[in-house]
Design a protein around this ligand. Structure first.
Ligand SMILES: [Zn+2]
Ligand SMILES: [Zn+2]
Length: 339
């Protein structure tokens, strides 16, 4: 099969490899569509990630396709089934897993190898996080299950309730899906992003109002002035992944607000926060990371309803050979046509 392998930082090659054969509990999926992701771009630049293992390593972790072969003992799947494979599975045995916090699993099993004609899926993922794709759902939408699940996990942790003013910082895929989910719940979602195209897109995903970036004091004030008595938002969700956006989130929060820090900052980042709003304003600050098997299922349900303009979250389609160039200019999420 043809498969992309990372040989070193910024050295991603299309290699000819032996076709994988499924061991006990494993399956092989013939990939129809894979998707590039910001995490791929980071791995490509640094050549490092816990999911990669020693180099050269297979690459890519968002894919949908059809079951090609099944290992011994696999139940509930047949050759030819259209499936989407989540990018990890929790172990179910460590202490966070036993407390129901699977996103914090200490021994997540990762998937790699989505940018290939055939994808070998580890037994732990087959057992937990391989889902049948309902008829009529395009493969590139089904393959969005992982990022959508992360957004749903964040929306869940935000504590947002109907009628709350929720300010979302960042109009990328995460911000848009969070906005849509909370708008559907009856929240009034305001979204801030420096790019006009993203603000327009956020409106399509249910944002009631949009604002230009809120990272400096003037634009933060402009948003806060619009809230009741100018006190700030009931819930603020940071979906950018930069320390200054984490700071802006706290500055936009009203007394008693919930602040969700959803975006992953560059490794080693630190952030300085004002103590007054945290203490006198009794803010609740939460982080959110990754997803759970429950969120993966909810994500596919959301995708299958086809109520959201998911195509707007995807850039142009590329071939396997084009992936290195697509990753070098980070930003857009590109469908990768494999089949
Ligand atoms: Zn991803
Ligand atoms: Zn675990």
């Amino acid at each position: 099969m043809r498969a992309l392998q990372l040989h070193a930082a910024r050295d991603l090659r299309l290699d000819e490899l032996p076709d994988p054969r499924p061991g006990p509990g494993e399956i092989v999926v013939r990939v129809e569509r894979a998707l590039t992701c910001a995490t791929d771009a980071k791995m490509f630049r640094t050549g490092r990630h816990p999911a990669l293992g020693p180099l050269p390593a297979l690459f890519g972790h968002e894919a949908a396709g059809t079951v090609e072969a099944l290992g011994e003992g696999v139940r509930g799947l047949r050759a030819g089934d259209r499936v989407v494979v989540a990018n990890s599975a929790p172990c179910g045995a460590c202490s966070p897993c036993r407390r129901g916090r699977q996103s914090l699993c200490r021994s997540l099993v990762y998937l790699t190898g989505a940018f290939a004609e055939l994808l070998l899926v580890p037994a732990a993922i087959v057992a937990t996080n391989v889902l049948l794709v309902p008829d009529g759902v395009p493969a590139e939408h089904a393959a969005m299950v992982e990022p959508v699940a992360c957004a749903l996990h964040g929306a869940e942790r935000s504590g947002a309730a109907p009628d709350d003013i929720v300010v979302v910082l960042g109009g990328g895929l995460q911000g848009c899906i969070i906005a849509a989910t909370l708008a559907e719940r009856g929240c009034r979602v305001w979204l801030s992003d420096p790019r006009e195209s993203r603000r327009r897109r956020a409106s399509d995903f249910g944002a009631e109002r949009t604002f230009d970036a809120a990272r400096d004091e003037v634009s933060i004030e402009a948003i806060r002035d619009e809230t009741a008595e100018g006190l700030g938002a009931d819930v603020v969700i940071e979906a950018v992944g930069r320390p200054e956006a984490w700071q802006a989130a706290v500055r936009l929060a009203s007394p008693g607000a919930e602040v969700l820090l959803h975006g992953g900052c560059p490794a080693g980042s630190e952030v300085i926060l004002p103590t007054d709003p945290l203490h006198y304003g009794e803010l609740t600050i939460r982080g959110s990371y990754h997803h759970t098997p429950g969120a993966v299922r909810s994500a596919l349900d959301l995708i299958a309803r086809r109520a959201l303009p998911l195509g707007e979250l995807l850039g142009s389609s590329v071939s396997l050979a084009d992936v290195p160039a697509a990753l070098a200019v980070a930003g857009e999420k590109h469908p990768v046509a494999v089949a």
